[in-house]
Write a protein that binds this ligand. Structure first.
Ligand SMILES: [Zn+2]
Length: 386
C-alpha cells in the first residue's frame, strides 16, 4: 500500500477448497451485490432492449455504462444538471463506468497517445477531443459512478514488446494520476457518496509485463483490481494461461473484475480463477440477433427448426418469453422485424446468466464448483446450434 487506507469494499464469504472460486458481497453505494456477478452492459446509460425496471426485476443491482459514449453524447453537463446518471437514467442500482480507453482505441479515429493523455476524433461527428486521466475521473464523478475505472492504454494481441512496455508504462503513470485526482475529488465532495476507483492490469501477452502490472496495481491504493486486455482476439488457451498467471497474483482482500467476458464458458473460467465480476455485450447483442442462451448451448431462433415449434424456449426459465410465448412466435417476431423479439430474448438471456451465477454461487458454497462446471459444460457443449 502507498500509505492510504483502503476501504473494505469486498466481504469474502466462501472459497472453494483446493481452488480459487469464491463467493462474497460487494458493498457499494447503491446496495450490496452478491458475487460472482455478471454486469449487464448499458453503454449509453440504458441496457439495450430492456427497461431499467426489467433489469432490476431480474435481480441485477450493478450495470456498466461507458464514460466515452456519455461524455460525447449527451455530455457530462446535461447529466450533471439532471443530478447524475442514476437520476438521469432512472436506475437506482449501482453503476460501474468504463473509462472509455477501450472505446477510444476501437471506435474513435486519429487517436494520439502521449504521457499527458489521449487526443482523438469522435466516432459520432468527427469533432476533436482530448482526455486526460484527471478529466476521465472528473467525468465519472459527475456521472456519480459507484465504481470508476482509470484511463488506460489497451493493446491488441501481437504487439511487439517495446510497444507493450511503453503502453504499460503510460498505464502505470495514468493510474497514479487517477488516484491523485480521485483523492482530490474526495476532499471536494461528501466521502460517503464517492465511488470506488479500481486499477486495471495490462501487459499485453508478455508474462513478465503482466506480473509487473499485477504487482504495481496491487501495491496501489485502488479499491478493486481489474484485468484488462484479455479476450481481445487471442486463442483460447492463451486467454486461459494469461488469466491464470494474472489472477493468481491478485490480493484476495479486494474485488477482482475481468473486463469484457460474458459467455458461460468464459464466465466459468473466470470464476474458477477467483474473479468476482465481469461484463460483456455478447448476451444482449446476440439476443437482438435472435439467439438465446440455453443449457444446451446457443439457440438461433431465426432458423428453421423454431419456425413451427409451439413449445416454449425453456420449460423452467421464469422469464416473460418462456412463460408466455412459443419458439415459433419468437421466430415469427424476428422474421417480421418486430421490436418485441429482441426485447424478449434480451430478458431471457439476462435471466439465464443471472440464474447461472446464482447456481455457481450455490455450488461454491456447497464446495462442488469443479463438478458443477464440468456438468454444465458437458451439457452446454453437446448442444447443437441449428
Ligand atoms: Zn426464458
Amino acid at each position: 500500500m502507498d500509505g492510504q487506507a483502503v476501504r473494505r469494499l469486498f466481504t469474502q464469504e466462501t472459497t472453494q477448497p483446493g481452488g480459487r472460486a469464491r463467493t462474497g458481497v460487494l458493498n457499494l453505494n447503491h446496495g450490496g451485490v452478491s458475487t460472482p456477478a455478471f454486469m449487464p452492459v448499458g453503454t449509453n446509460g440504458a441496457v439495450k432492449a430492456i427497461s431499467q425496471a426489467g433489469v432490476k426485476n431480474i435481480g441485477y443491482n450493478l450495470i456498466l455504462a461507458n464514460t466515452y459514449h456519455l461524455y460525447l453524447r449527451p455530455g457530462a453537463a446535461l447529466i450533471q444538471a439532471a443530478g447524475g446518471l442514476h437520476r438521469f437514467s432512472g436506475w437506482d442500482g449501482n453503476i460501474l463506468t468504463d473509462s472509455g480507453g477501450f472505446q477510444i482505441f476501437s471506435l474513435a479515429s486519429l487517436q494520439k497517445i502521449t504521457d499527458a493523455g489521449i487526443s482523438f476524433r469522435s466516432h459520432i461527428d468527427g469533432s476533436k477531443h482530448a482526455l486526460t486521466p484527471e478529466k476521465v475521473i472528473e467525468i465519472q464523478e459527475i456521472l456519480g459512478s459507484d465504481i470508476l475505472m482509470p484511463l488506460d492504454v489497451c493493446t491488441p494481441p501481437g504487439l511487439d514488446r517495446r510497444q507493450a512496455q511503453k503502453a504499460l508504462d503510460i498505464t502505470g503513470l495514468w493510474l497514479a494520476r487517477s488516484l491523485e485526482a480521485h483523492r482530490a475529488g474526495a476532499s471536494r465532495g461528501a466521502p460517503e457518496a464517492q465511488g470506488s476507483l479500481f486499477g486495471i492490469i495490462q501487459g499485453n501477452f508478455y508474462p513478465d509485463l503482466r506480473r509487473i502490472s499485477a504487482e504495481l496495481t496491487c501495491q496501489s491504493a485502488v479499491e478493486g483490481l481489474a484485468i484488462g486486455g484479455l479476450s481481445v482476439g487471442e486463442p483460447y488457451p492463451q486467454f486461459l494461461d494469461f488469466l491464470a498467471l494474472t489472477a493468481e497474483r491478485l490480493d484476495p482482500e479486494r474485488p477482482r473484475y475481468l473486463m469484457g467476458i460474458g459467455t458461460p464458458e468464459y464466465i466459468l473460467d473466470a470464476v474458477e480463477n477467483g474473479i468476482d465480476i465481469f461484463d460483456c455485450v455478447l448476451p444482449t447483442r446476440i439476443a437482438r440477433n435472435g439467439a438465446a442462451l440455453t443449457p444446451e448451448g446457443i439457440l438461433d431462433l431465426k432458423k428453421a427448426p423454431s419456425a413451427h415449434n409451439l413449445e416454449p424456449l425453456s420449460q423452467t426459465c421464469p422469464c416473460s418469453a418462456c412463460r408466455t410465448y412459443s419458439r415459433a412466435y419468437i421466430h415469427h417476431l424476428f422474421k417480421a422485424r418486430e421490436i418485441l423479439g429482441p426485447m424478449l430474448l434480451t430478458e431471457h438471456n439476462l435471466v439465464f446468466l443471472y440464474r447461472l451465477l446464482e447456481d455457481v454461487g450455490q455450488a461454491i458454497r456447497e464446495h462442488r464448483f469443479a463438478g458443477f462446471k464440468k456438468d454444465f459444460l458437458n451439457r452446454y457443449r453437446q448442444g447443437k446450434t441449428p
